[in-house]
Write a protein that binds this ligand. Structure first.
Ligand SMILES: NC(=O)c1ccc[n+]([C@@H]2O[C@H](COP(=O)([O-])OP(=O)(O)OC[C@H]3O[C@@H](n4cnc5c(N)ncnc54)[C@H](O)[C@@H]3O)[C@@H](O)[C@H]2O)c1
Length: 309
């Protein structure tokens, strides 16, 4: 297939591109390099069936080749990155989604949108299943991301109903692994960098808030399972094993043999207290579930971060 991936030079998409390349698809990797980096896909570029297009999804997208499948993943993704680029984030989720859906309509391509667990906001139920509608602050400090993604889901559903497009939505939960940016404030890389440098580990709040972390190979496995399925629907993809932020810090200190100590800082606004996916739907319909233990994924990520320092 000819496959367009927006956000193609980013963390998750570079791994997605690796897997799709192994499957012999032709790839068009589109990215404005806002938070991504060509280094992530250097090893793929230079192959004749991989093309890089430097472009911002908020602008009209013109591709002369046939396109069979579109992944729309372009968006700043970490709180630091989207708060530093708030207008681009709003536009990537809104105008960028309309532009890529328009392209899917013209090319008669199937479409997969990267949504996020953030559309559940600070959830009142745990774990969150796909039929929970969320608890989002529409004008809070994360709303440029959360609400843009909610709009993106609405746009995808509307184009699907109006133009009979085949569309799929993946709500990705916290994913980690090699090729994450080291300075964008995400908790796993923050803690690993601090532990490797024997610096204090900064825990926001009391550290009793919980998170669940999916290793990138598992997340990408779920995305490809959805792509290859007949289901044109919304799926949570993530790892339901929940741990507290304090526990995560302690495990990273032990895996890195670090002397770091935990220190507490004020919790950022609208930081969710708990996030945990209900993945029953993906298990039943996509026959997918995460396989990689936290220790294994953390060890691979630590090795990679170490190689970057
Ligand atoms: N990593 C996670 O834990 C996670 C969780 C939930 C959702 N997601 C979603 O997955 C997608 C990828 O996230 P990631 O973690 O790989 O982040 P990332 O920042 O590494 O990747 C995003 C990519 O999109 C590009 N981009 C941003 N704005 C763009 C624009 N306007 N036009 C073109 N390209 C643009 C960036 O340069 C980057 O390469 C995002 O849509 C994100 O919302 C990720």
């Amino acid at each position: 297939m000819n496959i367009l991936i927006t956000g193609g030079a980013g963390f998750v998409c570079s791994h997605l591109a690796d897997k799709l390349y192994e499957k012999k698809h032709n790839l068009f990797l589109l990215d404005n390099l806002l938070t991504g980096n060509k280094r992530n896909i250097d090893h793929l570029l230079g192959n004749e069936n991989v093309r890089f297009i430097e472009h911002d999804v908020q602008n009209h997208i013109e591709i002369s080749d046939e396109i069979d499948f579109i992944f729309h993943f372009a968006s700043a993704a970490s709180p630091i990155a989207y708060q530093e680029n708030p207008i681009n984030t709003l536009k990537a989720g809104s105008i960028g989604t309309i532009n890529t859906l328009g392209l899917a309509k013209v090319k008669k391509a199937d479409y997969l949108l990267a949504s996020t667990s953030e559309i559940y906001g600070d959830p009142e139920v745990s774990p969150q299943s796909e039929n929970y509608w969320g608890n989002v602050n529409p004008n809070g400090e994360r709303s440029m991301y959360d609400e843009a993604k909610r709009f993106a889901e609405a746009a995808t559903a509307t184009y699907s109903r109006t133009y009979s497009l085949n569309t799929k939505v993946v709500r990705i939960f916290n994913t980690y692994g090699p090729r994450m940016q080291l300075n964008d404030g995400r908790v796993v890389t923050n803690f690993i960098v601090q532990a490797l440098n024997n610096e204090n580990i900064t825990v926001y709040g009391d550290g009793l808030q919980t998170r669940s972390f999916s290793y990138v190979d598992d997340t990408v496995g779920g995305i490809i399972a959805l792509m290859e399925s007949d289901h044109n629907d919304v799926f949570n993809i993530g790892n339901p094993n929940e741990i507290t932020v304090n526990e995560l810090a302690t495990r990273i200190i032990s895996l890195t043999n670090s002397n770091s100590k935990l220190i507490n800082k004020d919790l950022p606004k609208d930081d969710p207290k708990q996030r945990r996916p209900d993945i029953t739907k993906a298990k039943n319909l996509l026959k997918w579930e995460p396989k990689i233990e936290l220790e294994v994924g953390l060890t691979k990520t630590i090795d990679w971060v170490n190689s970057q320092l």
